[in-house]
Design a protein around this ligand. Sequence first.
Ligand code: SAM
Length: 280
Amino acid sequence: MMQRQKSYDNDRPTLYLVATPIGNLNEFSPRAINILKEVSLIACEDTRTSRTLLDHFGITAKTVSYHNFNESESSEGLLKILNAGTDVALISDAGYPLISDPGYKITDQAIAEGYNVVTISGPNAALNALVASGLSTVHYLYYGFLSEKNSAARKELDHLKMFPYTMIFYESPHRIKNTLKNVYDIFGDRKACLARELTKKHEEYIRGRLSEMQDLDSLKGEIVLIVEGYKEDDIVIDYISVKESIDAYISEGYSSKDAIKKVAKELGISKNEIYREYHK
Ligand code: SAM
């Protein structure tokens, strides 16, 4: 059923979704701090991490934990508190709650039960990275994290390879090298940007082509990867048809080495790359 919420023109309790800094504490907005001072309960992804931040700003409200593994029971608890007529805030460890972070369930349920749900703006790693990436911002896709399993991540990238708009991925430092390789293998040599440690002392942007990013060292800290979307003239290698072409030459009597060489020449890509894929 359609609902209209005039956020500041009713006396229903409110669930505030409050963005917190992604590094630089000066980015915590006065409005966010005031709201967190006014509510009597703050649901946090990790209460210990958030307590440090809250203490720094003199926010004394009680905290409860709300994370991926207790979403159902915590949501029930939070709904009871809203039901008692009290406003509640939800924060995550950094940036916006719900953006690659917990909070969807309580938001969905609070809306279904007719409470106000209001966002308090603040920093977000994806948007910070996107706007300074140098890549098109007209249309973009926020993808978040690819699957942790390599084969599943490659499949996801395969589905995205013809997507025509800029794509934003979150990544952890121990998987970024492998992800850069997968993205290069599957998308081809597109423009990309790595945005590291945003808003912090060691912030770094690495802008260039995916081929140039394959041997990067010391990609530590928090990282966003932005990749250019598909363009009509991109060479996207369809390895299934590459395999079929090689097999067809072999059945015509070519050695596998010569068949690979021929297909590589036809496609204008390195025979080593085709050799690697063919023998996978
Ligand atoms: N909710 C957050 C937001 O709104 O951006 C995202 C949380 S998600 C669990 C954590 C990921 O966000 C990191 O692995 C990294 O990809 C990205 N991230 C968070 N803070 C960042 C920063 N300061 N610099 C670069 N990337 C960051």
